[in-house]
Design a protein around this ligand. Structure first.
Ligand SMILES: NC(=O)C1=CN([C@@H]2O[C@H](COP(=O)(O)OP(=O)(O)OC[C@H]3O[C@@H](n4cnc5c(N)ncnc54)[C@H](OP(=O)(O)O)[C@@H]3O)[C@@H](O)[C@H]2O)C=CC1
Ligand SMILES: N[C@@H](CC=O)C(=O)O
Length: 350
């Protein structure tokens, strides 16, 4: 089944998904009946291009790599240029909007408006942008449902590691009393590099080069990114409205090399932990650096890897670990959402 998709935002993650769709075109079609046609890209600086008959993805990626722009891409007679994000969402023939603009840790915009506009126009959304899910999950999920469209956001927590779909599908039937974890790849990378003796600043720069950090890395190092993820876990997995402003939040920007080394000498490790707890129906959450025992499973989590522990009433503690950031991994999280979109479409749920 052909699915027309439009990218709103075309940075590292958007390009990674485009690359996957290009490389796996045949196998996605053969295995899942997913035949994705990229019809539009709308990006702030790289420009925008729309062709209802489909863009040449190889040339699209080449144009971004070589010119940093999609504006000069050649195409068919129906090609249009210069549409902004909202024009692209509302007026293109896309079935699915891939929303991969930057995450704004205060307002969630413009991504919330992008999602709302897509749903109002009966278009599905897959996104890795944490803003809409952390700040407006209920409103957007209800709107998507009432419009009969799909809302996928697996990559908003732990990138390509299935931190959201796994507990909903595979741990169904349990009550989850507490969730704790390392939910930010950049800060875990920095802390574990500092354990090896590298400086905070060098480690942050490496995390930026590797594509782990947010466009503004303040979001990572001050804990705001992990705070959004904690809000998503509370709202989506624990079913309780919790605003990010109610979450106690401290980042790692004040952590010194001495503190990291001292912890090691004491048989401990410093980790930025997010905790979400259901205390008799009241949800409490925090994000802060904690000294944990070196033999705690979370202490062994290194680099941009993340880990999460779900305290289940029936199954006991279940730990999931995997990439928490990274372009290919996050591109994969969008792919798995597209595969689920396709499955729901085949079952005529949407
Ligand atoms: N990188 C990762 O490992 C992960 C990222 N995420 C999330 O995925 C999203 C994308 O991340 P990533 O690709 O790394 O980020 P990038 O900064 O590489 O890409 C974001 C893109 O969005 C564009 N953009 C910004 N505002 C607008 C707008 N209003 N309309 C259209 N385009 C816009 C930017 O344009 P330009 O730069 O040209 O101005 C940029 O090309 C973010 O929300 C991030 O939080 C989630 C999990 C992991
Ligand atoms: N900047 C984030 C990217 C994924 O959400 C991180 O480092 O975890």
């Amino acid at each position: 089944m052909m699915v027309n998709i439009a990218f709103v935002g075309f940075g590292g993650v958007g390009q990674a998904l485009a690359e996957i769709l290009l490389q796996r075109k045949d196998s996605l079609n053969d295995s899942y009946g997913l035949d994705a046609k990229v019809v539009a890209v709308a990006d702030m600086m790289k420009g925008s291009v729309y062709d209802p008959d489909g863009l040449d993805v190889e040339k699209l990626l080449e144009a971004v790599r070589e010119d940093g722009s999609v504006e000069n891409l050649s195409g068919g007679s129906r090609m249009k240029r210069g549409w902004n994000s909202l024009d692209t969402i509302a007026h293109s023939n896309a079935d699915v909007i891939v929303e991969v603009t930057f995450t704004d840790v205060n307002t969630g915009e413009p991504a919330i408006t992008h999602c709302r506009t897509a749903f109002e126009n009966k278009k599905s959304v897959v996104t890795t942008n944490k803003g809409p899910v952390a700040l407006a999950y209920r409103e957007l999920a209800e709107l998507a449902k009432s419009q009969g469209v799909f809302f996928g956001f697996e990559g908003t927590v732990m990138s390509g590691t299935p931190a959201l779909r796994m507990p909903v599908e595979t741990l169904a039937g349990n009550q989850i009393k507490e969730i704790k974890g390392i939910l930010n790849g950049t800060t875990n990378y920095i802390l574990t590099e500092m354990e090896k003796g590298y400086s905070y600043q060098d480690s942050l720069e490496k995390a930026q080069k590797l594509g782990y950090a947010e466009a503004d890395p303040t979001s990572d190092v001050e804990g705001y990114d992990a705070r959004y993820k904690a809000a998503i876990l509370a709202n989506y997995l624990m079913g309780e409205p919790l605003s990010h402003t109610e979450i106690e939040c401290e980042g790692i920007s004040e952590v010194t090399s001495e503190q990291v080394q001292e912890a090691l000498l004491d048989g401990k490790k410093l980790r930025l932990l997010a905790r979400v707890k259901n205390e008799q129906g009241i949800i409490k959450a925090s994000v802060k650096p904690e000294r944990i025992d070196a033999d705690d499973p979370l202490a062994g989590v290194m680099g941009a890897t993340n880990a999460i522990v779900y305290e289940c009433d029936l199954a006991g503690p279940i730990m999931l670990t995997g990439a928490g950031a990274g372009l290919k991994e996050t591109g994969f999280s969008l792919l798995i959402d597209l595969i689920h979109y396709q499955k729901e479409k085949q079952l005529a749920k949407i």
